[in-house]
Design a protein around this ligand. Structure first.
Ligand SMILES: NC(=O)C1=CN([C@@H]2O[C@H](COP(=O)(O)OP(=O)(O)OC[C@H]3O[C@@H](n4cnc5c(N)ncnc54)[C@H](OP(=O)(O)O)[C@@H]3O)[C@@H](O)[C@H]2O)C=CC1
Ligand SMILES: O=C(O)CCC(=O)C(=O)O
Length: 429
């Protein structure tokens, strides 16, 4: 799938851009990634051998500001996927009004097979190769799939060693002790949760009557499930890379998280104090989870999981995309025509980059905010962005994805125009 992912991403941009009458110059600018760096990272393994890993960093478009986006460690990472992810970051930052362009990075690696020291050497090697590309004013990485705050800490440390100066704003999602922000840990899931709260208000939902299935139980999926569970939503299905569990009664999310921490697997348990007991459930595959008859489906793992192969079997009423790119563009219309509402990734998972922006602002001003301030400002941005896109979708008869892309392309177009076409193209470093 991931070989086509970039083609799929630019096809969607062109289709929506043309239907919304976006200036062709803007559409063309979004067809062309500004610069993608590919590197081979030599890493000394614990047994003394050297292995080479392919690494990428794509700075897709910087019309709105320095490029911003996470770094993914996964065996399927490739050039196409990184470019698609960087394009989605470009759209996402514009959707929520951040002063950033879009970028993304990745390494083709299975991090579960590396020791902690190998992982650290790999991460430092990445920064050594990309040190001329990243900087607080130019390109600012963050975590994505199978990277975390510890890896961000190593990367920042390596960057500061190379540049011989403190530069906390070079990377976000860092440990708090290195200038990370409170509230970045659950920001992606919280952003999606805040979108669902907006839906709840519009539809007068009673949370206990709303069923939710979550694919992927990592940073994004877990926190979205936790917050929804705390509010009373019924989380009837959860999965990770090894498969999933289903119960129409709903699961106790904190218990499942506790067990996942201990055993690395999603298991159907209910925990009291120190004892976790199995609860009645059905084991399901990740494919089956996507096809459940639920009110809200939250894909929170990888891209391309909903497409022509399964769209006829999708029964959820809402799809809230915590993952980047879970729905392929050629089924956008089918879902819309089936009456399935999609809250697109470029809005639903924008809480992560929004709090990354807060972290960067705090680093640059040298003044740390408290959690209440982070939450209040995140809520404001998510709520305003959601409603802006909702209003555009409903006033122009578009899907939420179509409206989000249209809004973003208009914003990027204004910036390109304001740069002055000549200067914009010559400043594309
Ligand atoms: N982290 C962030 O701030 C942001 C993340 N996102 C997007 O959210 C998605 C998840 O990222 P994040 O939560 O950070 O990643 P994590 O690495 O924290 O978690 C990934 C989760 O997905 C599971 N998973 C991996 N492969 C599969 C599979 N084939 N089927 C089902 N589940 C699978 C993993 O299972 P296991 O635990 O078994 O390995 C794990 O539970 C990605 O698309 C990412 O781009 C979007 C915006 C911001
Ligand atoms: O926090 C960030 O800067 C980017 C997070 C990310 O990679 C994403 O939103 O997909």
């Amino acid at each position: 799938m991931s070989d086509q992912v970039y083609q799929d991403a630019i096809t969607r941009v062109r289709r929506i851009g043309e239907s919304a009458g976006v200036n062709n110059e803007v559409i063309e600018a979004l067809m062309h990634p500004m610069r993608t760096m590919v590197a081979s990272l030599p890493v000394r393994m614990d047994d003394g051998s050297t292995q080479y890993f392919t690494a990428y960093r794509c700075r897709y478009n910087n019309a709105l500001g320095p490029t911003k986006g996470g770094i993914r460690y996964h065996p399927d990472v490739n050039l196409q996927e990184v470019q698609a992810l960087a394009l989605w970051m470009t759209i996402k930052c514009a959707v929520v009004g951040l002063p950033y362009g879009g970028g993304k990075g990745g390494i083709t690696v299975d991090p579960k097979k590396l020791s902690r020291m190998e992982l650290e050497r790999l991460s430092r090697s990445y920064v050594r190769q990309m040190a001329d590309v990243i900087s607080p004013d130019r390109d600012i990485p963050a975590p994505d799939v199978y990277t975390n705050e510890r890896i961000m800490g190593w990367m920042m440390d390596e960057y500061e060693y190379i540049t011989r100066k403190k530069a906390p704003g070079v990377i976000t999602g860092k440990p708090l002790s290195l200038g990370g922000s409170v509230g970045r840990d659950d920001a992606t899931g919280r952003g999606a949760y805040l979108c669902i709260l907006e839906l709840e208000k519009k539809h007068n939902w009673k949370p206990e009557e709303i069923t939710v299935a979550v694919q992927g139980f990592g940073n994004g999926g877990y926190h979205a499930a936790r917050l929804l569970h705390d509010r009373g939503y019924k989380i009837v299905a959860i999965s990770d890379s090894r498969g999933g569990i289903f119960s129409s009664n709903g699961f106790d999310v904190p218990s499942i998280y506790k067990e996942k921490q201990a055993t690395k697997q999603v298991k159907a348990v209910y925990c009291t104090h120190s004892v976790c007991e199995q609860v009645e459930h059905t084991a399901i595959s990740n494919e089956e989870l996507l096809e459940l008859d639920v009110d809200i489906l939250i894909p929170a793992a990888l891209d391309g999981v909903i497409g022509g192969h399964n769209v006829d079997d999708i029964k959820a009423k809402y799809i809230v995309e915590v993952a980047n790119g879970p729905v392929l563009s050629d089924v956008d219309d089918t879902l819309h025509n089936k009456g399935i509402h999609v809250i697109p990734d470029v809005l639903a998972n924008a809480g992560g980059v929004t709090v990354s922006y807060f972290e960067w602002v705090q680093n640059r001003s040298g003044y740390a905010w408290d959690l209440a301030t982070v939450h209040e400002r995140l809520e404001k941005i998510m709520s305003e962005s959601f409603n802006r896109i909702w209003d555009l979708a409903h006033s122009e008869g578009r899907s939420m994805r179509n409206a989000a892309y249209t809004h973003a392309m208009r914003k990027i177009g204004e910036a390109i125009e304001a740069h002055g076409t000549q200067d914009y193209f010559s400043m594309r470093d």
